[in-house]
Design a protein around this ligand. Structure first.
Ligand code: ACO
Length: 407
């Protein structure tokens, strides 16, 4: 649906591009994707190298500031982020006020939005509309605060869910280890998560950290273009991520695999997809017309995790489903390949995270990408508020009819 439409308002031609299939709305130096070749690079570095050699926090620095940090730069960054992991006690109380079995993404979004009310100095409505475009120090402070608090807010949602008190953040652990510490049922001083599991989650965080203008990052830039504070913009971006066509897909994949159950049920499931009664969740991507490079890395990673925690039986169904889809004309002709979500949910499940927590595990690292895009947008000299146009297809002018005269 990409075509030019004659504008009737006299303002000239207007492009109709439903779903922004072909419209570029920002210039960015952060992430490069070649969807046909299955290439993904952050700031020029191939995702394969970063996922093998780097850490999530280093990748967050790279995304936000554009270069890999020196040792001193990394130490300072880590210190700032880790010392901003603490949250106001009232924010913790707010999160505990939700229904215990509410979806954790709902708790996460609402608590992140509420975090703006605990930081009035960062409110552009009070401090001036240009504070974030002008004051890089304040911008950085918000980056440290949000990157730090996101894991605490996420872990608190889980602890509330299982009826246990929150574990306070621990210094001296890596970003991902501290998150696992706060999540763990029995966390106590000296506890360290299993190194293979901590590394696997760190790699998953690297792979999910950014993906240029996906739905949630576009939402972050869109909301940020109003110059609102970044907590509110992150909450809005997280809401976009919550949807099953985006970050909610990892949860939906496992629910789908559970509903299929066994390999012998796959043909019937595939037929129902072809009849358009169902979608093959974790397949397809707006940009990738070949294998999503993140899916290749995650599939391998799954086996590292299974060696520690035992094999997740649904992996058999997933692999058989993938084999069928990769050879079936319905999927090959539409260039539908596994995306990042197809195998990630199985790792999360094997590690013991509850199903509805999976989108939160996507949101935590994507915050780094959102903040990188937000900061880049704040530096754009001729930035404008985002305001797409529509093609009005409704009624022409008509006069109000009092209710007693309506048919
Ligand atoms: N299962 C079955 N058919 C599919 C799927 C799927 N997962 N995805 C696309 N198709 C089909 C469509 O029905 C359409 O067929 P048609 O041309 O005969 O009508 C064709 O492939 C093109 O699909 P679109 O919906 O136009 O592709 P779009 O780019 O708009 O959507 C999306 C991309 C949302 C990712 C889609 O592939 C989808 O819904 N996938 C399942 C959900 C999912 O895994 N989301 C995670 C995406 S990655 C991420 O957010 C991290």
């Amino acid at each position: 649906d990409f075509r030019q439409v004659q504008d009737t308002t006299g303002e000239g031609l207007r492009l109709f591009d439903a779903g922004f299939v072909n419209t570029a709305v920002a210039r960015s130096r952060i992430t490069e994707i070649d969807g046909a070749k299955g290439i993904l690079r952050y700031r020029g570095y191939p995702i394969e190298q970063l996922s093998e050699k780097s850490t999530f926090l280093e990748v967050a620095y790279l995304l936000i500031y554009g270069e890999l940090p020196s040792k001193n730069q990394f130490d300072d960054f880590e210190y700032e982020v880790m010392h901003h992991t603490y949250v106001h006690v009232k924010l913790a109380e707010l999160e505990q006020s939700f229904q215990y079995d509410a979806h954790p993404m709902g708790m996460f979004i609402a608590t992140m939005a509420a975090a703006s009310t605990f930081d009035p100095s960062g409110n552009p409505a009070l401090a001036g509309s240009d504070i974030y475009t002008k004051d890089k120090k304040l911008r950085n402070k918000q980056i440290f605060r949000i990157l730090g608090k996101v894991t605490t807010i996420a872990a608190m949602a889980y602890r509330h869910r299982i009826g246990r008190p929150a574990n306070p953040p621990q210094q001296g652990l890596s970003y991902t280890e501290n998150f696992l510490y706060m999540m763990d049922h029995l966390s106590e001083p000296g506890f360290r998560p299993h190194p293979v599991l901590a590394r696997a989650l760190d790699v998953l965080f690297i792979l999910h950290a950014d993906h240029e203008l996906n739905c949630s990052t576009a939402a972050m830039r869109h909301i940020g273009s109003s110059l609102v504070d970044p907590y509110s913009a992150v909450a809005g971006a997280a809401a976009a991520l919550y949807g099953p066509l985006h970050g909610g897909a990892n949860e939906a994949v496992v629910r789908m695999l559970e509903s299929i159950g066994t390999v012998d049920k796959i043909p019937a499931f595939i037929e129902s997809v072809k009849r358009r009664e169902k979608k093959l969740m974790g397949f397809g991507h707006r940009i990738y017309t070949s294998y999503d490079p993140r899916a290749t890395i995650i599939r391998k990673l799954a086996y590292d995790v299974f060696e520690v925690v035992g094999t997740e039986p649904l992996i058999e169904v997933a692999q058989a489903l993938e084999q069928v889809a990769l050879t079936d004309e319905y999927f090959t002709s539409r260039k539908l390949y596994p995306n990042v979500d197809f195998y990630s949910g199985l790792i999360y499940k094997a590690m013991g995270f509850p199903l509805d927590y999976f989108p939160v595990l996507f949101a935590i690292p994507r915050v780094a990408g959102w903040l990188a895009h937000w900061s880049e947008a704040m530096d754009e000299p001729n930035a404008k508020i985002w305001r797409p146009r529509q093609i009005y297809c409704g009624e022409a002018r008509r006069d109000y009819v009092p209710i007693e005269h309506r048919d």
